[in-house]
Design a protein around this ligand. Structure first.
Ligand code: HEM
Length: 149
């Protein structure tokens, strides 16, 4: 069974970090688009966050907690403690800040003048800061589980 939960765990951070980097590139590319096309790009990114990144973060947490069970009877090694702390916090930021913000960005409509709505810059800033922080914590967890193990 350990192999299965390790697969869920590894597939989880592959989806989260892979799709997260892809949406970062998509968001940067969409900066050049006209307002209507730019909002359409955010609708696509919202679907990716909800259907790929969110299940990935859940897979990381569920797989990680089940794999942690044998370590709870003894001392948790440093690399594992770092993975749990950084990866766990990153996954919670994804689920409670990044994905809801992406969903709100994906529902925005043009204002009556055909421009980006007032809420767009604020939501985009929240998205950039939270997704970058979560991604950085995910990379720290990855380093902990590989180079530091
Ligand atoms: C993005 C976040 C995370 C990344 C990138 C990550 C990465 C990894 C990697 C690469 C391994 C394979 C280590 C090996 O078997 O050689 C692993 C295993 C493991 N991870 Fe994570 N992890 C993350 C989050 C978490 C969280 C949140 C927890 C706990 C709640 C956790 C607990 C574990 C456990 C217990 C193992 C098995 C260790 C072993 O017995 O060898 N991980 N993780």
């Amino acid at each position: 069974m350990r192999g299965f939960w390790l697969l869920v765990h590894v597939l989880g951070f592959t989806l989260w970090l892979g799709a997260g980097i892809a949406t970062m590139i998509a968001g940067l590319t969409a900066k050049r688009f006209a307002p209507a096309e730019r909002l359409a790009a955010y609708r696509v990114m919202s679907a990716v966050f909800r259907m790929v990144v969110a299940p990935g973060a859940v897979g990381v947490l569920v797989g990680g907690f089940i794999l942690s069970a044998p370590y709870m009877r003894s001392d948790v090694p440093g690399w594992l403690g770092l993975m749990m702390g950084a990866g766990g916090l990153g996954a919670l930021i994804v689920l409670f800040v990044v994905v809801p913000t992406a969903a709100r960005l994906g529902r925005l409509e043009l204002d009556p003048r055909g421009e980006l709505p007032e809420a767009f810059p604020r939501l985009r800033k929240t998205q950039i800061v939270s997704a970058s922080l979560a991604g950085l914590l995910g990379i720290i967890a990855l380093i902990a589980g590989t180079a530091l193990k």
